[in-house]
Design a protein around this ligand. Structure first.
Ligand code: NAI
Length: 288
């Protein structure tokens, strides 16, 4: 049984879409939940308290425990505010689920600096600010679970999403290091790559596809990653439409030279360098 009972969980962007499903499932499993949501539009404009309040009401009506938080996670104060809500309401913070997100799609050629900044701020800086605020508490209590939300757009690329893809792969870089730095404090750091029918995808995916993609499918993977008994760390888990799978980097055996090769020699052996036939999971060579 995925053990999160009594754990204090802060979920960003939990007023709608996937984050709301996370909040409902955590609460159903006995966790105490901070439901953060800025309550704005898909592009990050606007704000309001209704979305977070609605998720909290649903949890309370079902007999669960939750409080609302309306902070903007794209600011340092916002990230701290989310964690402070957990401390004020429940006295601790065990799990941070960085889920809040916006879109400002545009081809790279046409993308304005403000569109780049807004998206990177919410996804990458938002994950940083919120996790940074929780980190000292997790170290002190020798327990913590950090989950970030990545995307196939970052892992594999997607037309018109240079800002989003960069931010989404940025959070994977974040957990790769947090997994190492958190290990001796029993803090794990993992990523989920969702695929779900929400307002974020309703005009991007065909209707037949969206029907298969209830966002509730994503949350069991997140609750498992957050549970006491899951000590996996540094993993990227794809979850959507009933499929759960791990995504990882692989490295080809490559070609080693005993001298600095000329570009022509590299070109000559390019096929061997890039041949993934016998590829194995890649790793940091500094770690042996
Ligand atoms: P959504 O738009 O329904 O949910 C995002 C939530 O984040 C909204 O409720 C919004 O108000 C909130 N939010 C936005 N900016 C915020 C801020 N600065 N501070 C606090 N809250 C803020 O979209 P969805 O699909 O539920 O997205 C959830 C996460 O999953 C996002 O990180 C998204 O990038 C990611 N994702 C979703 C996919 C999908 O297929 N729906 C695919 C891959 C990733």
């Amino acid at each position: 049984m995925a053990g999160v009972e009594g754990r204090v969980v802060a979920i960003t962007g939990a007023g709608g879409g996937i984050g709301r499903q996370h909040a409902l499932l955590f609460a159903e499993r006995g966790a105490k939940v901070v439901v953060n949501d800025l309550g704005g539009q898909r592009d990050g404009t606007g704000a309001g308290s209704e979305m977070a309040d609605d998720t909290v009401k649903t949890i309370l009506d079902a007999g669960g425990e939750a409080v609302a938080n309306y902070d903007n996670v794209a600011t340092p104060d916002g990230g701290e505010g989310v964690v402070q809500s957990a401390l004020d309401a429940f006295g601790r913070i065990d799990v941070v689920v960085n889920n809040a997100g916006i879109l400002r799609d545009r081809t790279f050629h046409k993308m304005a600096g403000a569109e780049w900044d807004a998206v990177v701020k919410v996804h990458l800086y938002g994950s940083y600010y919120t996790t940074r605020a929780a980190w000292p508490r997790m170290r002190e209590q020798q327990h913590g679970r950090v989950i970030v939300t990545t995307s196939t757009s970052g892992l594999f690329g997607n037309f018109g999403q240079a800002n989003y893809g960069a931010a989404k792969l940025g959070v994977v870089g974040l957990i790769n290091t947090l997994a190492r730095e958190g290990a001796k404090y029993s803090i794990t750091a993992n990523a989920v790559a969702p695929i779900a029918a929400t307002r974020m995808t309703d005009d991007i995916m065909p209707a037949e596809m969206l029907e298969q993609l209830d966002p509730a499918y994503v949350s069991p993977a997140v609750v498992h990653l957050a549970s006491d008994e899951c000590d996996d760390t540094g993993a990227v888990i794809l979850a959507g439409g009933g499929l759960y799978a791990q995504v990882a980097y692989f490295q080809s055996p490559g070609r080693r030279f005993d001298h600095v090769p000329s570009p022509d020699e590299v070109a000559e052996h390019w096929a061997a360098i890039t041949d993934l036939t016998d590829a194995a999971p890649g790793h940091n060579p500094l770690e042996g």
